[in-house]
Design a protein around this ligand. Structure first.
Ligand SMILES: Nc1ncnc2c1ncn2[C@@H]1O[C@H](COP(=O)(O)OP(=O)(O)OP(=O)(O)O)[C@@H](O)[C@H]1O
Ligand SMILES: [Mg+2]
Length: 283
């Protein structure tokens, strides 16, 4: 009996969080280890489906760096990054569309379905959801890498209202309809703003944002982010992450976090505990 009552108490403790997030949108960027390790994959999917059934509106945006890298390698093509963004020539874009928009997207939809949810696979091409212009950071040409300039999120809003969990591959289209590779963190941030999300969660394969000594910084302000990028403590793939968190906050998203996706049930812990797992970025 005691065990059963304990179980009930765990549920009751979750009530304030359930109320706070009821019918709220949570955009989750799914990437890193959580996307590779089989038991993490399953616990991630269960978490997301559970959120859906208690009345939240989870929206998934996924990366797929390792999968794209492997597909390119098997074609004898090397992956090249500038400031954490993949240099994308036409041949690379073909692979991105096939792997990211095809295989990876479908496998996540399947994962959601196996966990008892209804997944709906989309790419940013759908209904021109992610409209981009070509990105040229500091004048550098990265090829078909897009910067999101507009989001048409009607399809996602409708899908969530119909009970689906949208699963979005970050592929955008320019005004001529040409597909572009979009960093998944950036796509997630832009969608979070457009959807008026309560929370943006970027799952990754590290504890969170780390300082120069490798220690977790559980909270970071705008000014600290700028300083760490300047000093080179925050680099590579972590740069688009913290930058999109800042943009999300500017765009009125309630909270933005970098979350350790290697922790079992990281998503639930982030929603249902005050501390959370990883780094919260604040103004
Ligand atoms: N200050 C920092 N703290 C933590 N990680 C950092 C920092 N600076 C750079 N990084 C790097 O950023 C990486 C996370 O970004 P990365 O783009 O590699 O993964 P992801 O975005 O989670 O996955 P994907 O790009 O495949 O969707 C970490 O593994 C780490 O190597
Ligand atoms: Mg990345």
């Amino acid at each position: 009996m005691k065990q059963l009552i304990d179980k009930a108490e765990v549920l009751v403790e979750a009530l304030p969080y359930m109320r706070r997030f009821f019918e709220k949108t949570v955009v989750i960027k799914y990437g890193g280890s959580a996307m590779v390790d089989e038991s993490l994959r399953e616990s991630f999917a269960v978490d997301v489906v559970l959120l859906k059934y208690i009345g939240l509106r989870p929206v998934l945006v996924h990366g797929g760096g390792p999968q794209i890298g492997r597909a390119l390698a098997s074609l004898g093509k090397e992956s090249k990054f500038i400031d954490g963004l993949r240099v994308t020539d036409d041949a690379t874009m073909e692979v991105v569309e096939r792997v990211l928009g095809g295989e990876v997207n479908a496998s996540i939809v399947e994962l959601v379905e196996r966990a008892g949810g209804r997944g709906l696979g989309l790419t940013g091409q759908h209904d021109s959801m992610l409209r981009v212009e070509r990105k040229r950071p500091g004048g550098k040409d990265l090829g078909r890498v897009g910067q999101v300039v507009k989001v048409e999120c009607e399809a996602i809003v409708q899908a969530t209202q119909q009970g689906y969990i949208p699963v979005v591959a970050p592929i955008g289209v320019d005004p001529d309809g040409v597909t572009h590779n979009v960093n998944a963190d950036e796509a997630a941030g832009a969608l979070a703003v457009a959807l008026g999300a309560e929370k943006l969660m970027l799952l990754t394969d590290v504890e969170g944002v780390l300082d120069a000594k490798g220690a977790l910084m559980s909270q970071l302000t705008v000014a600290e982010v700028a300083k760490h990028i300047d000093e080179g403590t925050i680099r590579g793939g972590m740069i688009p992450k913290v930058e999109c968190c800042l943009q999300a906050l500017d765009g009125k998203v309630g909270r933005a976090h970098v979350v350790d996706g290697r922790v079992l049930h990281a998503v639930l812990l982030e929603i249902f505990t005050d501390g959370g797992v990883g780094t919260v970025i604040t103004h």
